[in-house]
Design a binder for this molecule. Structure first.
Ligand code: SF4
Length: 361
C-alpha cells in the first residue's frame, strides 16, 4: 500500500470503486494516513483572472462563448487587482491562489507577460501560485517556472474515450502534451476531472488510469462534481450523488496515495456530513471563496466553521515542496518566442454541444 504504482488497470480500478463502501473507505483512509496528516486540509482560492468569451466548446463550461449562459465576462485583471484578492485570500486562511483564464492556449505577448507578473507578485506574498491558462508550450512553462509558479493545472476531464463526447475543439493528446511540457520544469502538476457529465464508471476509471500512469503522478488531482449550468450542453444532467463523489475520492486516494486530492466544484450541493466523508476518504484540499470561477461555492466562514467542527487545520504553504524562487522579468533566461504551436482541433460532431450553441437565448 505504501508504494506508488503506475500500472493500474481499468479493471482493478473498477473493482476498487465498486467495493462495499466500508471496505473502500477503510482502505482509502489507511492509504491516506501513510502519506498525509488526516487532520490537515489545504485551502486554495480560485481567481478567474479572465472570464468568458472562450473559443472552446467544453460541454460543461459556461465560459464557452458559443453557449448562451448568463455569466459576465471580463478582460484580464490587473496585477494590483490580483494582489488585493490574493491578500484577502491569505488573510482568510488560503495558502494557494489558483488563477484561471478562459483561453484555449497561452499566446506570447503582453497578456502573458501580465500573468507572469501576477505569478511573481503572489509568490512574493509567500503563497503557492497555480495557473490554469489552457495549453502551453515548453518555453511558456519555463517562463512560468522562472516567475515562481508552484503548480500548473490542466485537467484531463474524463477518460480519453468520453472526452470525445465532451469537447470537439481539442484533443486528449494535447492535454497530455501540456502536462509533459510542465514536467520539463520544476512546476508541480495539477490534473483531474469532472464526474456527473453522463460518463460511466468505466470512464471514471479510465481517467484515473491515465492520471496514475503518469510518472511522476500529478501532485494534485481535483475531483469536480458537474455544476449543470443553464445554457450549456449539460444543463439537464442530474446532480452527482454524494456516494459517487465519496467513491471517486476514495478510489483516487488509493490509486494515487501521495497526491493531494482536491474537492473542487459542486461542494455547495454537499452536506457537511458528505464532505466529512470525503475528507475521511482522502480528500485533503478544498477551494474557498463564494465562487469557483463562475459557479457558486460555500462561503469561507462556513468552511472555517466546518473545519472547527471536524478538528481540521488549514495546511501551511510549501509543505510538500519548497517555495520556488522568483526571477524578475529583466533577468529572464527565456525569450518570448512568439510560437504558434499547432494544437489539434478534432472537430468531430457532438450533438448536444451543437444544439446548445444554436439554441436561442
Ligand atoms: S473549460 Fe476552459 S477551455 Fe473549456 S470552454 Fe471553459 S474556459 Fe474554455
Amino acid at each position: 500500500m505504501n508504494t506508488i504504482r503506475h500500472n493500474w488497470t481499468k479493471e482493478e480500478i473498477i473493482t476498487l470503486y465498486n467495493k462495499p463502501l466500508m471496505d473502500l473507505l477503510y482502505e482509502a483512509a489507511s492509504a491516506h494516513r501513510l502519506f498525509h496528516n488526516p487532520n490537515v486540509v489545504q485551502v486554495s482560492t480560485l481567481l478567474s483572472i479572465k472570464t468568458g468569451g472562450c473559443p472552446e466548446d467544453c460541454g460543461y463550461c459556461p465560459q464557452a462563448a458559443r453557449y448562451h449562459t448568463n455569466i459576465e465576462g471580463n478582460d484580464l485583471m490587473t496585477v494590483s487587482q490580483v494582489k488585493a484578492q490574493a491578500l484577502r485570500a491569505k488573510s482568510s486562511g488560503s495558502s494557494r491562489v489558483c488563477m484561471g483564464a478562459a483561453w484555449r492556449n497561452v499566446k506570447d505577448g503582453p497578456e502573458f507577460d501580465q500573468v507572469l507578473e501576477m505569478v511573481r507578485t503572489i509568490n512574493k506574498l509567500d503563497m503557492e501560485v497555480c495557473c490554469t491558462l489552457g495549453m502551453i508550450t515548453e518555453n511558456q512553462a519555463k517562463r512560468l517556472a522562472e516567475a515562481g509558479l508552484y503548480a500548473y493545472n490542466h485537467n484531463l476531464d474524463s477518460s480519453e474515450e468520453y472526452y470525445k463526447e465532451v469537447i470537439s475543439t481539442r484533443g486528449y493528446e494535447d492535454r497530455l502534451q501540456t502536462i509533459d511540457n510542465v514536467r520539463k520544469t520544476n512546476v508541480t502538476v495539477c490534473s483531474g476531472g469532472i464526474i456527473g457529465m453522463g460518463e460511466s464508471v468505466e470512464d471514471r476509471a479510465g481517467m484515473l488510469v491515465a492520471l496514475a500512469s503518469l510518472n511522476p503522478q500529478p501532485e494534485s488531482v481535483p475531483i469536480n462534481a458537474l455544476v449543470a449550468v443553464e445554457g450549456t450542453p449539460m444543463e439537464n444532467e442530474k446532480p452527482v450523488e454524494i456516494w459517487d463523489m465519496v467513491r471517486m475520492v476514495a478510489t483516487t486516494r488509493i490509486v494515487m496515495p501521495e497526491t493531494q486530492v482536491r474537492l473542487s466544484a459542486g461542494r455547495t450541493e454537499m452536506s457537511r456530513e458528505g464532505q466529512a466523508m470525503c475528507f475521511f476518504a482522502g480528500a485533503n484540499s478544498i477551494f474557498a471563496g463564494d465562487k469557483l470561477l463562475t459557479t457558486p461555492n460555500p462561503d469561507v466562514n462556513e468552511d472555517m466553521k466546518m473545519f472547527d467542527l471536524l478538528g481540521l487545520q488549514p495546511q501551511k504553504p510549501f509543505i510538500k515542496k519548497m517555495q520556488p524562487e522568483t526571477i524578475e522579468a529583466e533577468n529572464s533566461q527565456y525569450q518570448t518566442l512568439g510560437e504558434k504551436p499547432k494544437w489539434s482541433r478534432p472537430g468531430h460532431v457532438i450533438e448536444r454541444n451543437l444544439e446548445a450553441s444554436t439554441k436561442r437565448k
